[in-house]
Design a protein around this ligand. Structure first.
Ligand code: GLN
Length: 265
């Protein structure tokens, strides 16, 4: 028993010494910065995306690979910062939870930086501006903007800012029904085939669908303006700092502008 107590005392002394050691707080901050920079180099991170969101993320018809502005951008950032990425498909509404729990490392999916999401994940600096727009069938002359949505039905993608906006309009008694789908291709098809009166979705993506499939048009003003960021687990400053540093570098060296030219003309 005495031996045990001595051992316990010795252990607690070691613990106390470790806890008190470590120098000044300035040194400690420097140490953690160095660790942050070193720790992502050579690592491979999982990137999750929902690829029915052109030109930000989509499946290339020829190669079958997931590509797009977000994907090329995070790959360029990774290359700049010396880490690797593995891109995988995930339902959009699952991405924030997957980042939060560490199932995936980076959410790169045209994801708007919102107060609500910032409660559970961290976002990189904004990398592009976007916003919500209303789309209707090309032949529709009745809906010319938000003011004409009374009594109408709308399709949206699950878990998106477009879905939140539509639910809000339904709660206010404006929209009579909101149909929610997992992917944006199905949302757009629902509008084109007349299953709903309108779609609320991110403007650049709706424009990409219009260019591809026709039969629909954007009406009215932008409903909500926002910016996209890459999502990482709360407190993962090593990865977040690397993404932000990489973003700054690819903006400075012209790569970012090349990607804008490639995907938005
Ligand atoms: N920008 C929207 C959001 O963050 C839609 C994203 C998406 O559908 N991929 O909710």
């Amino acid at each position: 028993m005495k031996k045990f107590l001595v051992l316990l005392l010795a252990l607690s002394l070691v613990f106390a010494m470790t806890a008190c050691g470590g120098g000044s707080s300035e040194e400690a901050a420097d140490d953690s910065d160095a660790a942050a920079v070193e720790s992502v180099e050579g690592q491979t991170f999982k990137v999750s995306t929902e690829p029915t969101f052109p030109p930000f993320e989509f499946v290339d018809e020829e190669s079958g690979e997931i590509t797009g502005f977000d994907i090329d951008l995070i790959k360029a950032i990774a290359e700049d910062q010396g880490f690797s990425v593995e891109v995988e498909q995930m339902g959009f509404d699952a991405i924030v939870g997957a980042v939060q729990t560490g199932v995936t490392d980076i959410g790169a999916s045209g994801m708007s930086i919102t107060e609500e999401r910032l409660e559970t994940v961290d976002f990189s600096d904004p990398y592009i501006d976007a916003g919500l727009a209303i789309a209707v069938q090309e032949s529709n002359d009745e809906i010319t903007g938000e003011a004409d949505l009374q009594g109408k039905t709308c399709a949206v993608q699950l878990g998106t800012t477009g879905a939140s906006k539509a639910m809000e309009l339904q709660e206010q008694g404006v929209l009579t029904d909101v149909k929610t789908f997992n992917t944006v291709d199905v949302v757009m098809n629902e509008l084109k085939t007349g299953g709903v009166d309108c779609v609320i979705n991110d403007l650049p993506v709706t424009q990409a669908y219009i260019a591809k499939m026709g039969g629909i048009k954007v009406v009215g003003d932008t409903l909500v303006s926002d910016s996209y960021g890459f999502a990482v687990m709360k407190g993962n400053t090593a990865l977040l700092d690397a993404i932000n540093a990489g973003l700054e570098n690819v903006k400075a060296n012209g790569t970012y502008d090349e990607l804008i030219a490639k995907y938005f003309q």
